[in-house]
Design a protein around this ligand. Structure first.
Ligand code: 5GP
Ligand code: ZN
Length: 117
């Protein structure tokens, strides 16, 4: 059994609230939403981060962002505005080592990044 949390969501071993999917990409709600709209967009194939995905498959990298845009349309935040975030590595606070793009919106968002302390 895979150790990767998001691979387990893709396999259906862990339930998720799916909002959109394509052959290669899955979008589901974050379990701990930090905005009115908070959806995660992930490739079905395991890649640890955006850095690794960029090395491995740039077409899939583009598809992640195209699906993120489609999620924004489906969630009706396309016109009000939304933010796409992908944390890479320790300083960014990446918790799950399966590349994902956060789609955040539905409310006024704070500054993009601020040092922790
Ligand atoms: P990161 O901090 O790696 O950029 O983002 C990981 C995200 O995954 C977090 O926002 C966290 O709330 C979310 N998350 C962690 N475990 C689960 C889970 O089991 N299900 C869902 N839907 N989201 C999760
Ligand atoms: Zn994985």
């Amino acid at each position: 059994m895979t150790e990767c949390l998001f691979c387990r969501i893709i396999d259906g071993q862990i339930p998720a609230d799916i909002v959109h999917q394509t052959e290669r990409v899955l979008a589901f709600r974050d379990i701990q939403p930090r905005a009115a709209t908070h959806v995660l967009v992930i490739p079905r194939a395991h890649h640890a981060s955006l850095t690794e995905l960029a090395d491995a498959d740039q077409g899939l990298l583009a598809e992640l962002f195209l699906v993120a845009r489609e999620v924004a349309r489906l969630e009706q935040v396309q016109d009000s505005g939304y933010r796409l975030v992908s944390n890479v590595g320790a300083d960014a606070g990446q918790e799950v080592d399966h590349v994902h793009v956060h789609v955040l919106g539905g409310q006024r968002l704070g500054p993009v990044a601020r040092p922790r302390d």
